[in-house]
Every structure is written in C-alpha cells, then in structure tokens.
Write a protein that binds this ligand. Structure first.
Ligand code: ADP
Ligand code: MG
Length: 451
C-alpha cells in the first residue's frame, strides 16, 4: 500500500465516521508502512493516536481489509517517539465491583472508577439525592429502605449508585455489595430459568448485603421478571438489607409496573435529581477540567469558555461532558488555546442541537412571568399595549430561539396569521435598536431560556 492508495481507501470512511470526524481525525493520518500485517500511520501527537485508535481504529482496520490489504493490526506512530499500539489505547477505567469474599459468585456488574463521591459535584438540583446517597453509603443501621433515586437521563443516578458502592466497600471490605442494571437482573433471571437453576439464582441474590438495581423502569411490562424482583426485594428487606433502586421517573409514574411493587418502591425514601442549573453545570465543567488536567497538561482554556458551555448546553451532564472532551481533543490536536471561537466551531452541532430544545410554550411562560401577565392574556386576543408588547417579544424570541416557522408560531399564539407574527418580529427588531430597556429584557429572557 502507498500513501496514495491509502488516500483512496480512507475516503470510504467519510460515510461511516461523518464529514467532521473525517476532516479532524482521518485526513491528518499519514500512511507510513505496512509490514507483517501491521499498518503504521504517522500522527502529530500521541494523544491523537490514542484518540483515533480508540474511536476509529476498528473502522480503519475494516476498511483496509475490505480494500484487500493484508492487515491484521494498525499502529500509530508519532515521528521520533515510540509507537502507540492500538492495544495501548487507554481503556475506560473499570474495576471489579466485588469485594474480596466470594468474588466470583456475586452477580454484579463492574463499577466505573470515575464515579465516586469525590468526583460528584453537588448543587441545588441534586443536593437531596446526594445527601441520601451519602447517608446510605455510611452503612450501619438501615434507616430507609429502599432508597429510590429518580431523574432524567444523564443527571447522575448511575454515578451516585457507583459512588455508594465504592464508599461502602471502602468502609467495610467484606460487605457483599451488588450493583447491576434491571436489564442484567432480567438477563440473569431468564438464564436461570433456561438452565433450570432458579434455586441458585435465588440463593445468590438473597445472599447479598446491599443490592442496587439501576434503571428499574426497564422491568415494566415484563411480568415474570417483576415477580422475581418483587420476591428478591422482599426477602432482602425482611433481612434488613439495604436496597437502592434508580429509575428515570417516580415509582407511580412507571407504566406497566404492578401496584404492589410501586408501593414497595415508595416505602423507603424517594428522592429525585432535578434538571441541572447553570451553577451546577459550571461546577461540573470546572471539576472535569481539574480531573483531566494531567492528561491534557498543555491545554489552555480561555476565560469564558466554560461559562459559555454551561450556558448553552443544558440538556444533560453526559452531553456536557462529551462536549468538553471533544473540545479537549480538538485543542490538543490543533495545539492552541481553546478560545470561544474554536469552541463554537468545534461544537457547532452540539450547540445547535441544544438550542432546538427551547419551545414556544416555554418562551410564552417565561415572557408572561417576566412581564407579570397571565399566559392567557399573552396568547389571547386583547390588543392593549401591556399585552401586545410582551406578545411581540415572545413571538420574536420564538422566531430567534426555535426552529418554528412563522405560521407555526402564529398557531401557537391563539391562531394568529403569519403576517401578524412577522409584523411583531420586525417591530421588536426596531425597538431593540432604539429602546435599551427592551434590549435588556430580550437579553435577560434569552439567557434565562438558554440556561
Ligand atoms: P444517569 O444514570 O442519571 O443517566 P449518569 O450517572 O450516567 O446519569 O451521569 C452521566 C454523566 O454525567 C456521568 O459521566 C457522570 O459522571 C456525569 N455527572 C452527572 N452528574 C454529575 C455531577 N453532579 N457531578 C459530576 N459528574 C456528574
Ligand atoms: Mg444511568
């Protein structure tokens, strides 16, 4: 293979990795040589080698093989340093959840080493959940059983559960702490049924000291699994063993779960993780920068970048984290300070996606709150200035912050015509330039909607 033929082969990757990834990660790879089934590429930095191998290694290898190259492995080499082998790529740090005793027999899933209390940032939206988790992690007398944690995706439920498990094991190494997802519970259960090994299954789960079942909503509608979960649950509660359960919603809001299970789940302490606020998001970003500062030692982040991200990405922490990691990777690749401009470039798609989230209804609510008028008056037919101006502002923001068309916006404002919306939007555009109070209101509203 030559660098030129690699040039053709790599183009086939555009469709599977996407144009952006292709430009950022694949194009800069320079083919070096192919020997004994090992294809080597030059990369500018070791970080980039690791990144590419972790994220695109398999795809590149497949593509080479498809193109008829006799390749069994790929390696990345930074000119004049040691080679980075695909196998060297840092893997997600994981460690076994099980304590020293009966290791092999316990049915749990591995714990993520990054999910500890140390790395969990506490803010208003999660302080109750955090406090409850801390309490359970102290061990000792069981005060509430189960602890039921719920909240939207990416808000830290799994993180907290792992943190409890780590802490419990640190305090009492002999404790049999089992963490698993409801899906894994079902899988184990079905397997036991198939292998006609229910007795062993029951013994296994009844022998644990602390049982954590993540994403319990998964067993909704799966009757036999629910039944078994219920029995396991009761058996453990009877023995005064701590149970911790998580779900994406409150117990009574999970459709397809039996009433008796709902009431069991509600019988302990039910706490929810609220959607993040700006301060929490900023705190998490700062903590992540700290956490990764070793790995990205030379990286500089311009003032205001983290604030910008905390502001703009409000969907969930996982997305926020992903954005930051991508930014780091990009910064390391281009080898310069991460500026606001670079951030906007690098994260254009994420930023767009999180913008789309704002709805006309939210805007209407915010605006009517802001001007202290009723929602029905904002949307309704009255044309007095006290209602008409806020209405136009809400229309303007709907046009700016959502992807709705003028007719769609009109429909949401009491079935108004799109020309009325257009007129309103134009009017506010004019006023914004003349009236500093309106300009300020708009800025304030926009910020609070995007927060
Ligand atoms: P869930 O299980 O609620 O969907 P996770 O626990 O998997 O969410 O969290 C998603 C990601 O966000 C994880 O990487 C987690 O470490 C991170 N995360 C969530 N909340 C926090 C927090 N308060 N502090 C630090 N990291 C957080
Ligand atoms: Mg989770």
């Amino acid at each position: 293979m030559t660098n030129e033929s690699w040039g053709h082969i790599r183009e086939e990757l555009i469709s599977s990795v996407g144009k952006n990834n292709y430009t950022n990660w694949i194009e800069p790879l320079e083919f070096s040589d192919l020997e004994d089934g090992v294809a080597t590429f030059y990369v500018p930095t070791q970080f980039m080698g690791n990144w590419v191998s972790r994220n695109f290694g398999d795809k590149i290898l497949n593509q080479l093989q498809k193109a008829g190259q006799d390749v069994a492995r790929i390696e990345f080499s930074v000119p004049s340093t040691r080679r980075v082998r695909v196998e060297d790529a840092p893997k997600k740090t994981q460690a076994a959840a099980q304590p020293s005793r009966n290791d092999a027999d316990l049915p749990g899933a591995p714990l993520d080493a990054r999910f500890t209390f140390d790395t969990f940032v506490v803010g208003k939206p999660n302080e109750l959940a955090h406090a409850a988790a801390r309490r359970v992690a102290e061990g000792g007398t069981v005060t509430f059983n189960p602890l039921f944690l719920y909240g939207g995706v990416g808000l830290g439920k799994t993180h907290l559960m792992h943190a409890i498990a780590w802490e419990l094991q640190k305090r009492s190494p002999g404790l049999r702490v089992v963490y698993l997802s409801a899906e894994q519970f079902m899988y184990r259960f079905v397997q036991a049924l198939r292998e006609k090994d229910m007795i062993a299954f029951k013994q296994l789960f009844r022998a644990v000291d602390v049982l954590m079942v993540d994403d319990v909503q998964f067993i909704a509608g799966k009757d036999a699994t629910q039944e078994e979960f219920f029995h396991t649950f009761n058996a453990l509660v009877d023995q005064n063993k701590q149970i911790i359960v998580s779900s994406d919603r409150a117990p009574n809001e999970i459709p397809g779960i039996e009433d008796r299970i709902v009431s069991r789940l509600q019988s302990g302490l039910v706490v929810d993780l609220h959607p993040t606020n700006y301060e929490l998001r900023l705190g998490i970003l700062q903590q992540k920068v700290e956490q990764y500062s070793n790995q990205f030692r030379d990286l500089e982040i311009q003032d205001g970048v983290l604030e910008f991200l905390a502001h703009r990405i409000s969907t969930n922490v996982r997305v926020l984290e992903g954005a930051l990691m991508r930014l780091f990777a990009f910064g390391a690749l281009v080898g310069r300070e991460i500026t606001l401009e670079l951030t906007q470039d690098c994260l254009a798609d994420v930023l767009r996606a999180s913008d789309r989230k704002i709805t006309v209804e939210e805007i209407q609510r915010k605006v009517s709150d802001h001007y202290n008028i009723r929602l029905s008056d904002l949307i309704g037919p009255k044309r007095v200035r006290t209602f008409a101006r806020p209405r136009q502002i809400a229309m303007f923001l709907s046009k700016q912050l959502t992807s709705r068309s003028l007719p769609e916006i009109g429909r949401r404002f009491g079935g108004r015509d799109h020309t009325t919306v257009m007129h309103g939007v134009r009017r506010i555009e004019e006023l914004r330039a003349q009236d500093s109070q309106i300009a300020e209101d708009l800025e304030l509203l926009r910020r609070s909607l995007e927060a």
